[in-house]
Each structure stands twice: as C-alpha cells, then as structure tokens.
Design a protein around this ligand. Sequence first.
Ligand SMILES: Nc1ncnc2c1ncn2[C@@H]1O[C@H](COP(=O)(O)OP(=O)(O)OP(=O)(O)O)[C@@H](O)[C@H]1O
Ligand SMILES: Nc1ncnc2c1ncn2[C@@H]1O[C@H](COP(=O)(O)OP(=O)(O)OP(=O)(O)O)[C@@H](O)[C@H]1O
Ligand SMILES: [Mg+2]
Ligand SMILES: [Mg+2]
Lengths: 254, 254
Amino acid sequence: RPTVVTIFNQKGGIGKTTTAVNLSVCLAALGHTVVLVDLDSQSNATTGLGIVAPPTRGAYELIAGTATLAEVRSPTAFPNLYVCGATDELAGADIELALDSDPQHRLAQAVKGLPGDVDFVVVDCPPALGMLPVNGLVACDWAILPVTPEPMARDGLAKAWRHIQRIRTNLNRHLEVAGILLTMTGPDPLHTAMAETIRAEFGQRVLPVVIPYDPVVVEASSHDRPVVVHAPDSAAARAYVDLAGMIVARTHAR
Amino acid sequence: RPTVVTIFNQKGGIGKTTTAVNLSVCLAALGHTVVLVDLDSQSNATTGLGIVAPPTRGAYELIAGTATLAEVRSPTAFPNLYVCGATDELAGADIELALDSDPQHRLAQAVKGLPGDVDFVVVDCPPALGMLPVNGLVACDWAILPVTPEPMARDGLAKAWRHIQRIRTNLNRHLEVAGILLTMTGPDPLHTAMAETIRAEFGQRVLPVVIPYDPVVVEASSHDRPVVVHAPDSAAARAYVDLAGMIVARTHAR
Ligand SMILES: Nc1ncnc2c1ncn2[C@@H]1O[C@H](COP(=O)(O)OP(=O)(O)OP(=O)(O)O)[C@@H](O)[C@H]1O
Ligand SMILES: Nc1ncnc2c1ncn2[C@@H]1O[C@H](COP(=O)(O)OP(=O)(O)OP(=O)(O)O)[C@@H](O)[C@H]1O
Ligand SMILES: [Mg+2]
Ligand SMILES: [Mg+2]
C-alpha cells in the first residue's frame, strides 16, 4: 500500500501547491514511484508539473467513483512521477459528494485500488474546509500543514490543527501529522518574530525544516517548473530535498 | 439602496481580506456608513477590524435567512463602520444552501432589507468558487478582483473573470467589474514583468491603482489594525485611500 502524504491548510496562498509539487518531484528523484493527486479546481499543481492541457479525466472522476486511479493517472516529464490532474468540475464536488454514500472515504478507497508499484501518493488540497480536504485527510498517513509566518495565517493554524484532530478521531485513526511546515520565511524581523510565536505555541509539532522566502520559487513557477528543478542549489530547493528525506525516513521508521 | 462592493478571487492569499478591510475603513473615514460582510469562515476580515470574540450571529444567519442584516451587524472601533462577522458554520454553507430555495440571492435579499442609512456594503469572499462567492457577486454593484503579479495567481485570473461574467449574464445584470487590482506588487523584476503581462492581457480592466508590496501591511495585521490606520503615510495605505476615492467617484458617476 502506498504512503499517502496530504498537504492541508484552509488558509490561502501559504505554499500548499509549491510544497506538494516539490515534495513529489523529490520523492520521485529518490527513486520512489509517486502519484500527485490535485484536489484543487485551480489545478496549480497539475500545471506546475507541466501538464498544460486540462486532463479529460482526473481527480473529479476519482472522487465521484467513475474511474480508478490507475485509469486517470498520467505520466509527467519526471521519471517515476504521475499526476491525477484537477479539472473545473472539482469546484462542484462538495455538493456532488454530499448526496452520495460514503462521501469522505472516496479517495481512501481509490488509493486502496492502486497497483502495488506506487510508493507515495501526495495530495494537494484547495484552501477550504470542505469534502475535498476531508477526503485528502481521511486517505492520509502523513499530514503536512504549511503556514507562512504572518498573523492571518497563524490565526488559522489552531483551527486547521483542530480540524485534523477531529478527522483523526472520527474518520482515520491512522492519520499522523508530520508537522507544521514554515514556508516563505524571510529574514525580516516580522517573520522571525512570528516564526518564534508559532514555535512557542506549537512546540515539537513545528518541523525542523523551514522553507525560506526565495523569489526564485516564483521565477520557477513562471516556467512551470518546480524550484528543485529550476534552481536546485537554491535554499528553497535544498529545504524541499530535506523535507523529502525526512518523510522517507519517518515512513521507514513507522 | 446601498452600493455593494464585492472582493472576489478564488486564488488564495492574494489580498482579498486586506483589500476588503482597508477599503471599508477608508469609505467610513470619508463619512459613508459602511457594513463589511465577512463570508469567509476563516473570519480574517472580522478579526482584522478588531472583533476578537466570534459573533454569536453573523453572516451565516444572514445567508441562511434566519436573521436580518440590521440584526447581525455590530459596531466597530471605527465610526460609521459596522461588521457582519463570520463564524465557523460558514464552512458548511455550500451544502446548506444547495438544499434550499433560491440559494444564490440570499445576500442580495438581505441587502434590500437594510435601513436607508447604509451607503456601502463591502463583501469579503473565501478563496473558492462556491455558493458564498456566488452570493457576494449576485448582490454586488462593483466587483474588485485582487491579484498578485505571480504566475499561479495570473493563471487563475481568466477563470475568475469568466466566472464573474457568467454570474453577470445569468444572475445579476447590474454587476460591473470595477477592475483587476494588482496587490503586493514589489519592485523586483519578476513582479514588474508579471504586472506587464497582466496589463497586456487585460488592458483597461486593470485598475490604475496598484497596491505595493509593503511589510508594514503584515505588521499592521499583527496588531489587528488595518494598514490605513496603523501606517497612514505608507505607500500601501495611500493606495487604499486612492482606491476608496475611485470607488466613490465611480458610484456617483453611475
Ligand atoms: N518559498 C517561497 N518563496 C517565495 N515565494 C513562494 C514560496 N513558496 C511559494 N511561493 C509563491 O507564493 C504564492 C502562493 O504559493 P502557493 O500557490 O503554492 O500557495 P497555496 O497555499 O497552494 O495557494 P492556494 O491557497 O491558492 O492553493 C505562489 O505565487 C508561489 O509561487
Ligand atoms: N500590500 C501588501 N504587502 C505585503 N503584505 C501583504 C499586502 N497585502 C496583504 N499582505 C499579506 O499577505 C497575506 C495574504 O493577504 P490576505 O489574507 O488579505 O489575502 P486573502 O486573499 O484574503 O487570503 P485568503 O485567500 O486566505 O482569504 C497576509 O498575511 C497579508 O497580511
Ligand atoms: Mg494551491
Ligand atoms: Mg481572506
């Protein structure tokens, strides 16, 4: 059974997609077979891996149960890395799922049906608290909670944490939070002070790996390339490589 | 009837709340009576106006039709400015509304019932394409579409624009897009190049007012104060004052 890593935070623009894409590319580069599932109708993770034409079938069909993961995954330019792309229909998934049986376990069931050769499934979530992030967290082994060291993002952290714990209690006892991942963390005093506040509040739950603020990340995305490919020596790329190494080590230790 | 200004973009973290809060404060400072409606369950606009205890009744009751805007609006520290706060229940509004009659016009109906002394209603939307942003756009006279000059945010702009036009055609013929508001626009070459790309693509639809990237905005939010109050001489504050002046002028001209 593959290990499922879900990137979740209902706050917008704090680095979920950037983390999902770069983590997937790193895990694939380490030799693991990876499928990135893009549950966000914005489809930034799908285009971030260079897939520009919207897929005809993808994450929506997976969640609706009309296709298997083996059927909707498509190869990318990166060896060992496949993507189950997002389409606009995902925006209507909440209402669609609300009227169906077993709405929370769709992704978990789809992952069970995967061929044995897949090692990791990485899930990118939309900035919301609806049925799609719930599917991502019900299917998951490790949850990563990105956050930027800014007051509005910090405000939402306690709520995101509580949301994850509720899912763990009621729907997925196997869920472990790998940790809170500080992203876009610049050298300015506001960021440093805010990062300290988050560490003081959440302690060990904050990962030792910190993704620095680095304009090269934005530059990479203008070429539809992950930063670990576009600028492998950058501080942000090295931090993502460290994150992948950590996830692999923790998975083996489990 | 009040003029409704809705701040919309499904992309996360691009300055919707910062715009809604600062625009509201400026309109109130100009002597207009303003109600800020926070449709985002993250409730960043509610706390951004200094309301720390979650309201017992607010935007959810308004949308569900169990309370009027006059009943749920509460005063803020700013003269002439009221807020209809957000609560966690809003996260479930899509499913709630999907099973009700006339789900798209709830906010529009609530605004009709407002006392005659309200001049502006400003609506902050969650980063999504669901029923809540639809309610915001169906009720609105002016839509403002914030965007950061970054590739992933630009990717979503055409989709956001199409979404607004569909609502205008099918649900609210009165809707006018005030324009695309460039936010967090820094001096670095990537931002400048991206801002040019957006202007080349959208032409006159891009507002002449640009909100610069300014760390003082983040500092202000750590004090739960809008930047126009925390640092009124900052470039970001002055840009928001200009935006408010423009909205007032266009409203009078209409
Ligand atoms: N380490 C970094 N340094 C600089 N910019 C970054 C960094 N990580 C991400 N970004 C940029 O910040 C913006 C937001 O990142 P991203 O889109 O990954 O966030 P998200 O949480 O997935 O957003 P949404 O909530 O809309 O899904 C993007 O323009 C991205 O390129
Ligand atoms: N002009 C600016 N300069 C610097 N930082 C800014 C600026 N405007 C907003 N920010 C910061 O960027 C972050 C995102 O802004 P904001 O929360 O307003 O976006 P949003 O679109 O409402 O996010 P969401 O999609 O989660 O609702 C916040 O931390 C905010 O303080
Ligand atoms: Mg994203
Ligand atoms: Mg917001």
